[in-house]
Ligand binder design. Sequence first.
Ligand code: NDP
Ligand code: MG
Length: 361
Amino acid sequence: MAKKRLIILGSTGSIGTQALDVVRCARDRFDVVGLAANTNTVLLQKQAHEFGVEKTVATQGRNERMVELIEAVPAEVVLVAVSGTAGLAPILAAIRAGRDIALANKEALVMAGDAIMNEARKAGVRIIPVDSEHSAIFQCLHSVKKEDVEKIILTCSGGTFRGKTRDELTRVTAEEALRHPTWNMGRKITIDSATLVNKGFELIEAHHLFGFDYDRIEVKLHPQSRVHGMVQLKDGNTLMHMAPPDMRIPIHYALHYPNRVPLPPDFQIAPYDPTVNTTLEFFEPDHETFPGIKLALEAARQGGLTPALFTLANDRAVQDFLDGRIGFLDIYDRLREALREPRADRTLSVDNIMDLITSAW
Ligand code: NDP
Ligand code: MG
């Protein structure tokens, strides 16, 4: 079998390093031909050496360097695992170059989902979700026709502060927020999980990836993080996807797609055992205390440039919270401000979104 030529953007991050764990166990199937990170040149060089990578870039914030990498190096798949707004330019470049995309970055779809999906359709490029909930829905949808689907349900762990009151949230710190109960992820997404903004982004991501209206996508809180998504059919059947909460599973699935390949024994991931994980609970999220989903949906409803402004405001607010400059609840205030910002003068175009990203930092 010919090896799949793979570029990994964000190789030094949480998803990127786990993707390399997947590749390390399947060297006969993958050829890593390009790697990109932001500033972590030490790890980047180490990875390049281990995997014999042709071309690496440390962008130092210059996203066009990822675009140059994609244009210069032929590949079948580009894994986009950079965090935040940096994902947009390389995703569009990968589509234009006709490369399939394994997509972990969700911010780009939130900002410019219509443009990305339209371009991908035109170019015949596949977008294979890496995000666990979307991987779950993607897999469930394989066996059904879209017109037979009533709705899709994404699950949500509830984040680090699930069950806390508003009053308690006035005192929480970034350090506490980073201790996620079930998932081990990068810093930014861990805070987004705590605010539930991540789940709001995931709703928007699901809308673009699978083409369902917002009133047919729901979120249910599921503290055990064993069920990642459900597809309810009009004929009374519900398909449920389950897996241990370990990102190497959806990464492994996306990179090997369309093949199904056994998990490497080295991962030591025990399959779901219903006699061990006996409790599976589902609740409505607490939208009053954690308004992240509602605010993100409001951004999507306003449309135009608002989701992009919202995403940028969130990027900055999360960074400020991590740096101790603002409190946890102030993140929501920043997001409400972004929703009020009048931008009627600017129409939605990828160029305008790119301008916003460039001028934002
Ligand atoms: P991390 O913060 O752990 O890693 C981010 C990676 O992106 C690093 O390699 C970083 O490089 C790189 N990067 C950031 N900005 C740039 C830039 N301008 N140019 C080049 N490289 C850049 O993030 P995660 O791995 O947690 O998340 C990545 C994406 O995947 C996010 O969009 C997140 O929402 C999504 N995701 C993550 C999940 C998880 O479990 N972690 C689950 C589902 C989705 P450097 O190390 O040099 O800073
Ligand atoms: Mg997710």
